[in-house]
Design a protein around this ligand. Structure first.
Ligand code: AMP
Ligand code: ZN
Length: 114
């Protein structure tokens, strides 16, 4: 837990968020600035700064996040597909330094990404 980190503060409940799912390992909430009709963030409760900081010891937790993304997508009616994104580091477009999955859906996604 880092008191400097916005997402740790959301985990702690000191910053509010529109929570759509939570369990003992992770939290899912609506992105404040949605980039698609459905735009959710899935984060571990544990502070991991980015995908670049992931270690073997995080494998089960990261697998859990991916499995929950699929479950939440099914529950959100994203039957025609969606995109899971992990922006990583400055060139990857990461702006919040607490690892998070973006779950984006409800419109066609272009490729390549910007
Ligand atoms: P990234 O740029 O990949 O690090 O993603 C960070 C995301 O967090 C952006 O899409 C922001 O809109 C979103 N965000 C930042 N602050 C909040 C907040 N307080 N509640 C919900 N989403 C947030
Ligand atoms: Zn954090």
């Amino acid at each position: 837990m880092s008191s400097e980190c916005i997402f740790c503060r959301i985990v702690a409940g000191t910053i509010s968020a529109k929570r759509v799912y939570e369990d003992d390992l992770c939290l899912c909430f609506a992105d404040l600035h949605p980039q698609a009709p459905t735009h959710l963030l899935i984060i571990p409760r544990e502070h991991i700064a980015s995908q670049a900081h992931a270690q073997e010891e995080h494998a089960a937790l990261l697998g859990h996040l991916m499995a929950k993304a699929a479950q939440i997508a099914r529950g959100s009616g994203l039957d025609h597909g969606y995109r899971v994104v992990i922006n990583t580091g400055a060139e990857g477009g990461q702006t919040v330094d607490h690892l998070h999955l973006h779950l984006l859906g409800g419109r066609h996604m272009g490729w390549p990404p910007g």
